[in-house]
Design a protein around this ligand. Structure first.
Ligand SMILES: [Zn+2]
Length: 326
């Protein structure tokens, strides 16, 4: 086995591509990021443009690392979308406008390096299971709260997929029967209440109705990113506090339901909102435990995801060696 893998995290706003060095010390798996290239993907939509971008970052990565394709063991690609893992095809990725994108075939033909493709949330969950917060646990729920809410269920150290491969979608459990529309086409899903974009649209709605908020000055009309939400909370902005608290109420309710239903020994929380704002993480845990059945929550531990921004690239490189977790 060669020493290096390439991990690619392909998302709707950026692509992060890295050379990852692998190591095994006393059977303990280690991964280290050696070189990385990051580019925006906001303008790249559709198979053709995304592919051109991928080639661009890969060429740059080979150049800065001084490595040849013969030095690379495998390429792992994590994509936010629906994936046919066996054939390495992105069936559908809405935020990049990808349809039936045969990424495995294309990359293997061009570079002659074994390529694996999988979903970004699965990649992050695999990373946490092997190298991160889930290293010493068996039954785990991973929940990533950012622009949307992604999650993955791990049972007996295997990623549980269900009949059609979509198990563990906590973002789309229904928390309000007559509630808000969700990006999935459903009504009242948790994601429409507890994600960063849910908080963003609530704050924007309040400002439109004439409420005063520091967000207006901070963002200057831009998206309300986690950074701005944090600054507004630190400045005791009433509107932001109200809608962040509302999101925490829903999120903790959703997690309490998951605890009652699944009774995992560990819940790993990650994603921009959790990594960026400690008070959201801590309050969510406290409320989720309080709302769940006592006997169910007694043995459920919470941990923060440990791989952060690199969960996708590192997780993607683990697939070659740890395909047995699926
Ligand atoms: Zn939904």
């Amino acid at each position: 086995m060669k020493k290096y893998d390439i991990g690619i995290d392909l998302g709707g706003t950026k692509v992060l591509c890295a050379v990852v060095e692998k190591d095994k010390i006393n059977n303990d798996c280690k991964r280290k990021i050696l070189y990385e290239v990051k580019k925006k993907t906001k303008k790249e939509k559709g198979n053709k443009k995304v592919l051109a971008k991928l080639f661009e970052v890969l060429e740059e990565l080979f150049e800065i690392s001084n490595l040849k394709k013969e030095d690379i063991d495998s390429i792992g690609v994590a994509v936010a979308g629906q994936i046919d893992r066996k054939d390495g095809i992105v069936i559908n990725a809405c935020n990049l406008d990808l349809r039936n994108f045969e990424i495995k075939k294309i990359l293997e033909e061009k570079y002659s390096i074994k390529t694996n493709v999988f979903n970004d949330v699965e990649a992050a969950a695999l990373g946490e299971l092997i190298l991160g917060a889930g290293k010493n646990h068996r039954d785990i729920l991973c929940v990533f709260i950012g622009t949307g809410i992604g999650s993955s269920m791990i049972i007996n150290r295997k990623i549980y997929k269900g009949a059609s491969g979509s198990a563990g979608e906590i973002g789309h459990i229904i928390v309000d029967l007559n509630g808000r529309n969700c990006s999935c086409g459903g009504v009242g899903c948790l994601e429409a209440y507890a994600s960063r974009s849910a908080i963003e649209s609530r704050i924007q709605g309040a400002i439109k109705k004439g409420r005063k908020s520091i967000i207006t000055e901070l963002t200057d009309g831009q998206n309300i990113s986690t950074k701005y939400i944090k600054q507004a909370l630190d400045a005791h902005d009433e509107v932001t506090i109200q809608y962040v608290n509302e999101a925490i109420e829903y999120l903790s309710g959703g997690l309490a339901s998951a605890i009652n239903f699944f009774n995992p020994e560990l819940i790993i929380l990650g994603g921009g909102l959790i990594q960026g704002i400690d008070e959201i993480y801590l309050k969510t845990i406290r409320l989720a435990k309080a709302k769940a059945l006592k006997v169910a929550s007694e043995k459920t531990e919470f941990k923060k995801a440990e791989l952060g921004d690199y969960s996708g690239v590192i997780g993607a490189t683990l697939l070659e060696e740890y395909s047995n977790v699926f």
